[in-house]
Ligand binder design. Structure first.
Ligand code: G3H
Ligand code: 13P
Ligand code: ZN
Length: 320
């Protein structure tokens, strides 16, 4: 089937008490690992492209890779989404260039400016059959250029006005997640018996308050990698240095997916799986230099981690 928007996907996810996975793509192996898992598990999927991905791989290459995946995975609905669109021009380029969904991230602007910018993108997108994700509240984080040093939770009292004035199709909210592999500072956490950091719980009270104000409306969670400790260990065992990397516990994401959260964004976990696997391969096979030999197991591990998310975290396996 051709690329779709997320409209029907979110309606089904809301009613069904599950979330669709939104995975970031930057190259062929990542696209293949994600979509092969989704095809085998019969799961709908959102493939998302950031500003950084477009700068790295080029818009056309990414669109064509996703189009190839659509041909190879004929049984599942696939959305091509712009992640953290920084301005109107980038959103327009993606809308004109084959995407079926865009995010306009106006979260660093004032409430009024965020509304004005988001509304402008929504008008253009809807005229072209494309859906739009907006954001209210800011995610804390230290890893990438879309993060802010200090986050602020979404204010439930603002969401109705934002959604009605902008016409957005989904809303990303800040309830304690953040981007990257270091989501919580050690001093915010406790430690379990193995010395692994246990983060503070997400603000489910805010999520519930938001969904009360917006009944039936799809909510999005960014920064939702769980930072699997087996991959952190693999990275560290084979020359990496990622002390105290910690993510969002999977049970909490499962809980959020049963509520109004219909889209869960995951990028860092795939990066960890790829990097850990390649580091291990290099350490164990120092004589090898054919990229296919290390990209193959990296792709296979991306596929397995995505399969795990679909089946055990998001609940969207079998929902295509
Ligand atoms: O939200 C951020 C995503 O993980 C994309 O990260 O800007 O490094 O491509 P990036
Ligand atoms: P993670 O860094 O937790 O994977 O979040 C990705 C994300 O939110 C992309 O928009
Ligand atoms: Zn994000």
């Amino acid at each position: 089937m051709p690329l779709v928007t997320s409209k029907e996907m979110f309606e089904k996810a809301y009613k069904g008490g599950y979330a669709v996975g939104a995975f970031n793509v930057n190259n062929m192996e990542i696209v293949q690992g994600i979509t092969e898992a989704c095809q085998e598990e019969k799961a709908p999927v959102i493939l998302q492209v950031s500003k950084g991905a477009r700068a790295y791989a080029n818009h056309t290459y990414l669109v064509k890779l996703v189009e190839a995946a659509v041909i190879e995975c004929p049984d599942i609905p696939v959305v091509l989404h712009l992640d953290h669109g920084p301005d109107f021009e980038t959103c327009k380029a993606c809308i004109d260039g084959g995407f079926t969904s865009v995010m306009i991230d106006g979260s660093s602007h004032s409430f009024e400016d965020n509304i004005a910018l988001t509304k402008k993108v929504v008008e253009y997108a809807h005229d072209h059959g494309v859906v739009v994700e907006g954001e209210l509240g800011t995610l804390a984080g230290i890893e990438d250029e879309v993060s802010h040093a200090v986050g602020s939770y979404t204010r439930p009292e603002e969401v109705e006005e934002f959604v009605s004035k902008t016409g957005v199709d989904s809303l990303a909210i800040a309830i304690g997640t953040s981007h990257g592999a270091y989501k919580f500072k050690p001093e915010q956490c406790t430690r379990n018996e193995k010395g692994i950091l246990v983060p503070p719980p997400l603000r489910f009270d805010i999520l519930k308050e938001v969904s009360k104000k917006l009944p039936g409306f799809p909510i999005v969670l960014h920064g939702s990698s769980s930072v699997p400790q087996e991959y952190v260990k693999m990275v560290n065992d084979f020359g990496g240095k990622m002390p105290d990397a910690v993510g969002v516990p999977e049970e909490q994401l499962r809980e959020a997916a049963k509520l109004a959260v219909c889209k869960i964004n995951i990028d860092s976990d795939l990066r960890l799986a790829m990097t850990g696997t390649i580091r291990k391969f290099f350490a164990e096979h120092p004589e090898k230099f054919d990229p296919r030999e290390y990209l193959k197991p990296a792709r296979a591990n991306i596929k397995e981690i995505v399969r795990h998310k679909l089946v055990s975290v998001l609940g969207c396996a079998g929902k295509a």
